[in-house]
Design a protein around this ligand. Sequence first.
Ligand SMILES: [Cu+2]
Length: 432
Amino acid sequence: MHPALRARARSLTAAGAIGALVSGVLLTTPHAASAAMSEGLACDTSSSGTFSLTASDGYVSTPDGNSIYMWSYGASSRGFQLPGPTLCVESGRTVTVVLHNSLPESTSIVFPGQRGVRANGAPAQPQFDDGGSLTSLVQAAAPGDGSVTYTFTAGSPGTYLYESGTDVSKQVQMGMYGALVVRPAGHPDQVNDRADSRFTADKDYVFLLSEVDPDVHLAVERNQPIDDSAYTARYFMINGRSMPDTLAPNGASWLPNQPYGAVVHIKPYDAATNPYPAAIRYLNAGTVNYPFHPHGSDERVVDRDGHALEGPNHEDLSFQKYDLDVGPGQTLDVLMDWRDVEHWNALTNPVPTKLPAITDQDLVGTDTWFSESPYLGTKNALPTSITSNNQCGEYYHIAHSHALEQATNYGATFGGMMTVFRIDPPNGCQAQ
Ligand SMILES: [Cu+2]
């Protein structure tokens, strides 16, 4: 992040809102975490491999107080949510997805990257009207509670989008997308079949990136024509939320239709006690490239579009990258760890400069995540005018789209496609 932008961000007046949200996420200590206040990938699983989804409409909140009319897939047992449920399956298993349609027009699901998809038992294929015009990329469910059943055998391990194949530019913009995570058979702690793709089991994250032009949504809500030539995305989301809502835990009560948070929460690499990285699965359901990057560490790209990066003789072709260019429709699976390279220590390896009063990572108002200490696991006193949300001297690194208009909420910096990666001290977060 550019220092000047940081300074501008401080002048924003949303301090109250972000303070409340940051407090909310930080209350989720590792020990206090429950299913309703969890972090990381929240899978829908099925022992029979069968999922029932309902396409329906609903509203999502944006941090600037807007309420956006959306269409999406929800689990039929739970109802509307954005994005659609994250479906987790094992490679080689038969997957059945029953789609019910509560929308006012036909809709469908395509599963890019899955082979041999069938719809109601027939090969899934493009549909045409009597005049020969394409009506859908795949068999669709009619409005008025029509349904269609898709089946396929889960393909190679990795991460895939699922999304509407009907009136694609409209319906995907309206929110018809979700993530499909295919795990290697017998190795749920690996991204792919390679042993070197192993990650820490509960450090698994989905970052489904998308964008919203609210004018399109208003037109659909009012049953008015959409002016495609005027398309301009104003909101940019990770898992259906924009910063600072990305910081709130999974299932936050104040975001009832946006159940997935986007905070990566890890501890430093340690060969003995924390040898494996976290897995982060990026998906782009939007229309432009999203150049996403966390500060503080590169990421190692191990899968693209659900395929391990390896050569014909299984040579490792994974690569380290600072800025991940996630193209429209693309998925990238990465591994990331955080290493205390310089081993700063107040006694044995002090930072050779005096810190200013607030070296800062504060993004808005008088709230900060900074501990007022450069040493992981150590807090120092902040001025009484500053509210520190730091619990135990942990580090926070911003992670965001580096196309900075994508890091805004309707142009207001900072927001949008942004979150934080939290690094706890090696021994965990001991409250101070
Ligand atoms: Cu940056």
